[in-house]
Ligand binder design. Structure first.
Ligand code: ZN
Length: 158
């Protein structure tokens, strides 16, 4: 693509459309969500602290919470991930100690897993859910990619 195309639109006698953000594939969108990044452009500076997700992306302007209470899905994702972690810990704990299963240590491990994992995964559950919602929005016929303001990939070099 010609990076100077928009600077001199009349140079070759025809108007060029403003460049638009190149959309990532579905897996990449979900992967970005799982890594606490903007699903659409990959921007990483979208959190204010550990728990507070910005209302929208500063780079591509994607709104993360589509509607009031829209992050109930994120809570469900977070619970599901915590339960999966807990089941793995229990299964391994029981498999390694059977037939004398130590109930008290497993109980302590359960409390630890079910406390630490939801806190650790909380911001990821929000961006992952935002990624799922973004994929739904993007599949609608009226969707258009936003104008390309700056390429978020160049910031990775900082
Ligand atoms: Zn973005």
């Amino acid at each position: 693509m010609d990076p100077y195309g928009t600077l001199d639109p009349g140079a070759n006698g025809q108007e060029r459309p403003a460049p638009r953000l190149r959309e990532a594939g579905t897996l990449r969108v979900l992967f970005r969500g799982a890594r606490k990044r903007c699903p659409r452009c990959g921007e990483r500076r979208i959190f204010d602290g550990w728990f507070t997700l910005a209302p929208s992306c500063p780079t591509c302007d994607l709104r993360f919470e589509r509607e009031e209470g829209g992050f109930l899905g994120a809570m469900a994702v977070n619970y599901a991930v915590a339960i999966v972690f807990w089941l793995v810990v229990m299964a391994v704990g029981i498999a390694l100690t059977v037939p004398v299963v130590p109930v008290a240590p497993l109980l302590a491990a359960s409390i630890g897993v079910l406390t630490v994992v939801p806190v650790w995964f909380y911001p990821r559950s929000k961006t992952l859910w935002a990624a799922i919602e973004f994929l739904v929005v993007r599949s609608e016929p009226g969707y258009r990619s936003p104008p390309l303001v700056r390429d978020p990939r160049t910031k990775d070099l900082e």
